[in-house]
Design a protein around this ligand. Structure first.
Ligand SMILES: [Zn+2]
Length: 410
């Protein structure tokens, strides 16, 4: 899509309205070896909203191979997340009356950490996972897994092989799908007439309300509201019959979806979320107008805070080398002159540099060795958990800082 206006990933209309233009930034997940010469490759990161269907999206300007070649985070799930998955499986078995005669399919099933709960209860399941090494880890733990990208072509192949689903699960995968229509078309093909599709995604309403612009990065093509996703589902003969709000990823939505002609009645949760989005004016293009100004205000506040800390001779370190931190630091043009290092528990990131800002990544011990006056928590959604783990910084008068939706020091 070079030259001219990009077209909407949902409806094909030309995109003319900016949600926020974050400039040219490196890929948020590509940590840099410390000896690699500058500069890091950058790509435009420009979020737009479609005037016709209200889908918020980032133009795919990076070759997929550049994004996914580095994607190997499969064994690092937190206990909280695994508990979330167990709870989901219990709910699904009870609510959808799943038995040994049912079939569950998970899209982007990773190493089988969710489906293993179905295997344990002898409910037949199948994972679909594009990364071969990750899929093999799932197979090794007894979770049948098909190595494929999911879309209408894979769905056709699976149905021809006799797979039809009573339940299809897609958690935190829709945003990563470059062709959302083809993905949803595949779901419609694979679903039995009374089957249920459950999908979890970070809720655009929270992104807008909480100025969570740091969750925008090249690997996330779409940012979903109920209003926008309902239009896409409808185009493929699907409808949402219930929703649940979840605390994950700064506030997610779980949508329960069935075929248009299914017997499922619509639950009140759907109307409630629609009305929340309407109150926030997400039902018309004008509602998205002032987001960029609020993002700019976050930048100014963070830059001013770091400048005044520096002027007062205070040291600042960061914690959590998450992708969202890279969007924040690069958009705010904060470098190692302001933040001396970022601490992270992942050994794979330690010894590397954050892309763009070139801030070195060290182990959590560095916090206790260097005793910074301020620790900027980049994954703000984990503020409580992280400030608990690092409570000892109070011993030298250290304080925790988060920058989104506004500077908070405590
Ligand atoms: Zn559109």
């Amino acid at each position: 899509m070079t030259g001219g206006r990009p077209a909407c990933l949902g409806c094909g209309a030309p995109l003319t309205r900016t949600l926020v233009d974050l400039g040219c930034t490196p890929l948020a997940n590509s940590f840099v070896p410390s000896d690699r010469p500058e500069p890091d490759p950058v790509y435009p990161l420009h979020a737009r909203v479609c005037d016709r269907c209200l889908l918020v999206q980032v133009e795919a300007v990076v070759p997929p191979a550049d994004i996914f070649s580095d994607y190997a985070y499969f064994s690092s799930y937190s206990d909280t997340w695994l508990e979330h998955c167990r709870g989901y499986v219990e709910m699904a078995i009870a609510r959808f009356a799943l038995t040994g005669a049912s079939k569950v399919v998970e899209l982007a099933s990773n190493d089988g950490y969710l489906l293993q709960n179905f295997v344990a209860t002898a409910i037949p399941c199948l994972g679909v996972e594009p990364a071969a090494n990750v899929a093999q880890a799932a197979q090794a733990r007894g979770v049948p897994t098909e190595i494929a990208f999911f879309g209408s072509e894979t769905a056709r192949r699976l149905t021809a092989a006799g797979h039809r689903a009573d339940l299809i699960v897609a958690n935190n995968v829709l945003a990563h799908v470059p062709d959302i229509n083809d993905f949803v078309a595949g779901v419609a093909l694979l679903l039995k007439p009374e089957g249920v599709f459950t999908v979890e995604f970070p809720h655009l309403l929270n992104l807008i309300r909480g100025v969570q612009f740091d969750t925008i990065y090249h690997e996330h093509f779409t940012y979903l509201s109920l209003i926008a996703i309902e239009r896409i589902f409808r185009r493929h003969g699907l409808r949402i019959f219930d929703t649940e709000e979840l605390a994950t990823h700064g506030g997610s939505l779980r949508a329960l979806v069935c075929k248009e002609e299914s017997q499922q009645a619509e639950w009140p949760g759907v109307a409630r979320i629609r009305s929340n989005e309407t109150s926030a004016r997400l039902d018309g293009p004008e509602g998205y107008a002032c987001f960029a100004e609020r993002v700019e205000a976050v930048r100014q506040e963070l830059v001013a805070f770091l400048a005044s800390a520096s002027a007062a001779g205070r040291s600042v370190a960061a914690y959590g080398a998450a992708a969202k931190g890279n969007t924040l630091l690069n958009y705010c043009r904060v470098g190692s002159d302001r933040i001396s290092f970022v601490a992270d528990r992942s050994p794979a990131k330690q010894g590397r540099l954050l892309p763009g800002s070139r801030i070195p990544v060290r182990g959590p011990d560095a916090i206790f060795a260097e005793k910074p006056d301020y620790v900027l928590i980049l994954p703000w959604n984990l503020r409580d958990e992280i400030s608990g783990q690092l409570a000892a910084i109070r011993g030298w008068g250290g304080k925790f800082v988060t920058a989104i939706p506004e500077i908070e020091v405590s």
